[in-house]
Design a protein around this ligand. Structure first.
Ligand code: C5P
Length: 230
């Protein structure tokens, strides 16, 4: 049986990949299936937490029992939802794959092939939601005990990926960061994952290869321990 160690805790998890519209039928998206975020939500609910899942585009996943789902589309929508939901949370986990850029213009009608060569696509930077959550907390505008990020990196899992994770943890200023290797069929659209759990206090723990629900349990163990000490 799972421990009920998150009883009385409120957690917010983001999942899936945002889609940034180009015209009424096209978008910029990514390969995130939402499986890791859904596993996090399901395990937290099993362990007694009150869970809000802010989900962008996901594979055909079933909302876990007892989880409140907030559906969003774009990074901007996810940003508003996260800033609203995160206030007062014990833990906020950004497991979503947020598009870093969006098309600058949303074309009202379907773009036609036409006769001429296509125009280059102009992109605008999206807000970094994780960094904003941390900033809002530092500014005293957001009450959230623990803020957790994810980092999906390509490269050698034992060197490059870990180094990128350390740099990202420092840059984003979150309390915990899960870094995992992607590419070569890893992590995206599959049921297994592996990586490291890095903490702002300098602790680093490898997460062995296994089901995304296992990784979720490992993360909630770390969150539960930290909340217990606060
Ligand atoms: O910078 P990068 O996308 O690699 O960082 C990954 C982490 O930051 C994830 O937790 C992701 O959910 C979050 N993120 C975000 N807003 C963005 C891009 C990433 O919150 N625009």
């Amino acid at each position: 049986a799972l421990p009920r160690d998150l009883e009385g805790r409120r957690v917010v998890v983001s999942a899936g990949g945002t889609r940034e519209p180009l015209d009424p039928v096209r978008y910029l998206g990514n390969r995130s299936s939402g499986r890791q975020g859904y596993a996090l939500a399901r395990v937290a609910a099993h362990r007694g937490a009150e869970v809000t899942l802010v989900a962008a585009h996901t594979a055909d996943l079933v909302t876990p029992a007892g989880v409140r789902l907030v559906r969003v589309g774009t990074a901007e929508e996810m940003r508003s939802a996260m800033l609203a939901e995160a206030d007062g949370a014990d833990a906020v986990v950004m497991a979503a794959a947020v598009a870093d850029f969006r098309p600058t213009a949303l074309v009202e009608h379907k773009i036609k092939k036409g006769e001429r060569d296509p125009e280059p696509l102009e992109l605008t930077r999206n807000p970094d939601i994780l960094a904003e959550l941390v900033e809002a907390r530092e500014a005293g505008k957001l009450d959230a005990s623990l803020i957790v990020g994810f980092a999906a990196e390509t490269g050698d899992p034992r060197t490059t990926v870990l180094d990128h994770g350390r740099a990202k943890l420092a840059r984003k200023g979150c309390d915990l960061l899960v870094v995992n290797a992607v590419g070569d069929g890893r992590a995206f659209e599959v049921d297994d994952n592996a990586g490291w759990l890095l903490a702002a206090d300098g602790t680093e723990n490898p997460i062995p290869y296994g089901a995304k629900s296992r990784l979720a349990s490992t993360l909630w163990d770390a969150v539960g321990r930290r909340l217990g000490r606060q």
